[in-house]
Design a protein around this ligand. Structure first.
Ligand code: HAM
Length: 427
């Protein structure tokens, strides 16, 4: 039996890295006053068709859609925004007095894509959504949160790219310009782009088949079609980014693969060498129509999604060490079978006092237990022999220095805790 293509097991030896990222992300989000939200893994298919857009690759080609036994069409979520906005509307969070509602998530997503390094069919996104404000300072808050997380975990070789897709009026003008630009030559494009021309011409710009067609390079730039209000909004975002000293580039060709965006969009790429083709770590932007589309009041939102597997890949390429699992503090060794009961109670006592403790479970001989303690990098060992059982006094051995100290069982946890703190401080 093997894994389905495009999925991965995260083995115990890798989990410390995941826990590290989860902790850091939650810490940054909480500093920015975002609260976690958890939504179901599957939703009604219509949610993504209407939210993400049925002419996007995600909806038209990549969704895991199935019928349940009641004949409903359900889909494993391909992204997080549609579900969070649905929850915002369904639970009437727009009625809450503390607006905007700021939420974060950390969840698996599913897209039927061709697997390669950094691209999976089940992947994990850490993301945030701030719904209820159209102030440019929140755009910059969202971008700055993503940048802070990425730099806090140690990644340095990164690039922030921003763009504006403008408001409805600007987009309509740009759309007309795109149709006029592509229409005379549409025969040169794939059959899907021919359909996109009148349905959603912006999608031609991120077509995977036609991306080398020179007409894509010469296509009208959205920035030339932004009306005054959209330009002023975009300028404000840039002013705030400068004020926070967050370097960025503007890329007017960045259209993002989801239909709900308007105004600010952004991506953060890794510039790490040897990273491969899929370098976008994080993508996000504003969506002003989504809450209304799902039956709520006209409410603006903004957020991002960050690919955790890609972050891990970038950390690896940059050779960044993440904290390891909790070390083994005490290994209790038995020198004779009669000591087994004492070993069971002793590790239990140490663990209850917050000290990580381990013993042998394979009836190993003394020497093999010592070897096991070394293999597991135990900080201290205690050997339980005849004398220890009789006196209740144990030799605590520091495995690094070889120093030994004899301690009564009653004082053991306090002494060990103190020693562990002292060595940590020394280091
Ligand atoms: P997205 O650009 O489709 O945006 O995905 C965000 C991030 O998820 C990507 O930058 C990438 O790191 C990761 N990702 C996407 N697909 C895969 C895959 N097949 N394998 C591994 N990682 C992947 C969204 O999903 C939007 N919901 C972001 C957003 C939130 N916009 C506003 N709010």
């Amino acid at each position: 039996m093997q894994l389905p293509r495009g999925t991965r097991d995260i083995l115990p030896e890798e989990i410390a890295k995941w826990h590290f990222l989860e902790r850091e992300f939650a810490t940054v989000c909480e500093n920015y006053q975002y609260q976690e939200i958890r939504t179901p893994i599957f939703e009604h298919t219509e949610l993504f068709e209407r939210g993400v857009g049925d002419s996007t690759d995600i909806v038209s080609k990549e969704m895991y859609t199935f019928q349940d036994k009641g004949g409903r069409s359900l889909t494993l979520r391909p992204e997080g925004t549609a579900s969070v906005v649905r929850a915002f509307v369904e639970h009437k969070l727009y009625g809450d007095v503390s607006q905007p509602i700021k939420m974060y998530y950390n969840e698996p997503m599913f897209r039927y894509e061709r697997p390669q390094g950094g691209r999976q069919r089940q992947f994990t996104q850490m993301g945030i959504e701030a719904i209820g404000s159209d102030d440019a300072s929140i755009d910059v808050e969202v971008i700055s949160l993503a940048m802070e997380f990425i730099t806090r975990i140690g990644l340095q070789n990164i690039k922030l790219v921003i763009n504006s897709l403008g408001d409805k009026e600007s987009r309509l003008k740009h759309r007309e310009a795109l149709v006029s630009h592509f229409e005379p030559h549409i025969d040169e494009f794939c059959s899907e782009c021919q359909v996109r021309l009148h349905k959603n011409p912006l999608r031609i710009l991120d077509c995977k088949k036609d991306h080398d067609n020179p007409l894509i390079q010469t296509a009208p730039s959205i920035l030339d079609y932004l009306n005054e209000a959209s330009t002023s909004y975009f300028n404000k975002v840039q002013t705030y980014l400068h004020a926070l000293e967050i370097p960025f580039e503007i890329d007017p060709t960045m259209v993002r693969g989801l239909d709900y965006y308007n105004h600010t969009t952004f991506e953060i790429m890794s510039e790490e060498e040897g990273f491969g083709a899929k370098t976008t770590l994080c993508g996000g932007g504003r969506y002003h129509g989504l809450v209304k589309e799902f039956g709520g009041p006209d409410t603006p939102g903004i957020g991002f999604g960050l690919g955790v597997e890609r972050i891990l890949l970038a950390l690896e390429k940059a050779n960044i060490q993440t904290p390891a699992k909790k070390p083994l503090e005490v290994y209790v060794i038995t020198a004779q079978p009669e000591a087994e009961l004492k070993a069971v109670t002793l590790v239990n006592k140490l663990r209850k006092n917050g000290i990580s403790a381990e013993k042998d479970y394979l009836k190993r001989k003394l020497k093999a237990q010592l070897k096991d303690a070394n293999r597991k990098n135990a900080v201290y060992t205690i050997i339980l022999g005849e004398e220890e059982l009789q006196t209740g006094k144990y030799q605590l051995k520091n495995m690094e220095t070889g120093e030994q100290e004899s301690i009564f069982e009653d004082n053991l946890d306090i002494v060990i805790q103190k020693k562990l703190i002292d060595t940590k401080e020394e280091k």
